[in-house]
Design a protein around this ligand. Structure first.
Ligand code: PLP
Length: 490
């Protein structure tokens, strides 16, 4: 069941210098007159002696750096079950289109006549996102989900101000992603936390009590961070709208229902979409992201500028508009991420997108079914695209979620998201995504079951994991606060 052993190795500089005297290259004898560097370079740029660099063969260098590169875990290696993050495989065709010279080498300052194709691509992606969500308008500018949240909340603020009804509170459920309250606070709102009901969804009575005329809106994740669908979403939207508030929907979990349900029909006024989650473009260390925001009719006038406008077969830009919140980012946003997303949407088509969500949900339920006898499920509600367990059963043996996550490294997997959502103590939040094979899901579940067994039979072994990784258990606080990212000779 174990995967490839990962071998750590010393840097070349740390090895015995006597073993680093190899010939790394072969050049033919010089057939041009030799030039004395002192005759062409300034005196202070000349070295008097050469530093003691190691000398190696090409293959040693390639293999060394290749092995170092493999100390990282990556989606190309296997299941990357980080809940909420949707770490799905990025099909190579996305990379090929993003590297087409006409797209990759286009300059954002080129006159619009020269970039009609790029503008058309932006416009087509906008139409696709509007169709997928059933909303009225969209901006592709924001650079990531959290940035999209800010754009959305600023549009909500602008709409309320335009109505002469500026408000000062935003409601955020206790299961929300941390970026939600942070966004509301950053936009100048007071946040009030909304406690979840027993099934993990919004408590309507609590909402009724808190939804006063001070409340600008609610930030709601659908499905929420427990992977549970807000099944009363239409009632929630109605209640908030009836009292003059607007609905911000956190769409980071669109992977659970794209092609199956429309946020436009759920009553959303603004929703960000993480192209780097649902639409497969790489994220995290893999590159920049994009967080388009789709909006309802009420917010269309307040969309950021510049906006791409289609007039006949030509595309132009609208630069200023008094009702707009202004620019959220330079130029068109992260353009090549948009190229990747459109490629992905086009290569799947609408049936493919529906299948994507179906399989994501199926896999999460497969994991739920296989692990439910070994790990505690804090909420019994139906699971969509991610499943949240906790460590209640293992803490009886003093084994905690961190220990389980560390032991998983020995089995060759990236750990799931830990200790989030905050309403679940000792959470292990697993999101498989649709992009792995069923065999991979099985191997992952086998590993999780083996760890549950180990936690009962030999808890100390799990508590001291990982055992087979190049670096064993680290001091988490020191590892985060005292980073050592540069090699020094001491
Ligand atoms: C990832 C995520 C965000 C933030 O998106 P970024 O692109 O990381 O800024 C917000 N809400 C939820 C539920 C998320 O999963």
């Amino acid at each position: 069941m174990k995967r490839r052993a990962i071998r750590d190795e010393a840097l070349f500089f740390e090895r015995n210098p006597e073993r680093l005297r190899r010939q790394g290259f072969q050049l033919p004898p010089l057939d041009a007159p030799a030039v004395d560097p002192a005759t062409i370079l300034p005196q202070n740029a000349l070295r008097s002696e050469l530093p003691d660099y190691p000398d190696l063969t090409e293959m040693e260098i390639v293999q060394h750096f290749h092995r170092l590169s493999q100390l990282n875990y990556a989606v190309d290696e296997g299941l990357y079950p980080l809940g909420s993050c949707t770490m799905k495989y990025n099909p190579r065709i996305n990379e090929q289109t993003a590297r087409l010279v006409g797209l990759a080498a286009a300059h954002p300052l080129q006159p619009v006549e020269q970039v009609q194709g790029c503008l058309r691509l932006i416009w087509e992606l906008e139409q696709a996102l509007i169709a997928i969500t059933g909303m009225a308008g969209v901006t592709l500018q924001p650079a990531a989900g959290a940035h999209g949240e800010l754009a959305g909340i600023l549009m909500i603020r602008k709409a309320l101000e335009a109505r002469g009804d500026a408000r000062d509170v935003v409601l955020v459920p206790d299961s929300a992603h941390g970026t939600n309250p942070a966004t509301a606070a950053f936009a100048g709102y007071e946040t009030i936390e909304l406690a979840s009901g027993d099934d993990g969804t919004v408590d309507l009575e609590e909402l009724d009590r808190l939804m006063t005329d001070r409340v600008a809106g609610i930030m709601l994740t659908v499905p929420n961070t427990l992977g549970v669908f807000e099944h009363r979403i239409v009632e929630i939207s109605k209640l908030v709208h009836d009292r003059g508030g607007l609905i911000y929907m956190d769409g980071a979990n669109l992977n659970a229902f794209a092609g199956r349900a429309l946020p436009g029909l759920m009553g959303a006024d603004a929703m960000h979409i993480n192209l780097h989650k649902t639409f497969s473009t790489p994220h995290g260390g893999g590159g920049p992201g994009a967080g388009p925001v789709v909006v309802s009719e009420a917010l269309v006038p307040h969309l950021p500028v510049p906006r791409v406008v289609k007039a006949g077969e030509r595309f132009t830009l609208v630069e200023d508009d008094a009702a707009s919140i202004g620019a959220m980012r330079g130029f068109y946003g992260n353009f090549l991420i948009l190229v990747r997303a459109l490629t992905y949407i086009r290569s799947l088509g609408s049936d493919g997108l529906r299948q994507m969500s179906d399989v994501a949900v199926l896999y999460a339920n497969l994991i739920r079914r296989r692990l439910a006898n070994a790990y505690h499920l804090p909420y019994d509600s139906p699971t969509l695209h991610e499943v949240v367990f906790d460590d209640t059963r293992q803490t009886a043996n003093d084994v905690h979620n961190t220990d389980i996550a560390k032991r998983l490294l020995d089995y060759g997997f990236h750990p799931p998201t830990m200790s989030f959502p905050l309403i679940v103590h000792g959470a292990l939040m697993i999101e498989p995504t649709e992009s792995v094979s069923p065999d991979e899901i099985d191997i992952f579940c086998d590993a999780m079951l083996a760890i549950a067994k180990e936690a009962g039979e030999n808890p100390e072994f799990v508590r001291t994991a990982p055992h087979d990784t190049p670096v064993s258990r680290v001091d988490e606080v020191r590892a985060a606060r005292k980073l050592k990212v540069r090699w020094t000779a001491d």
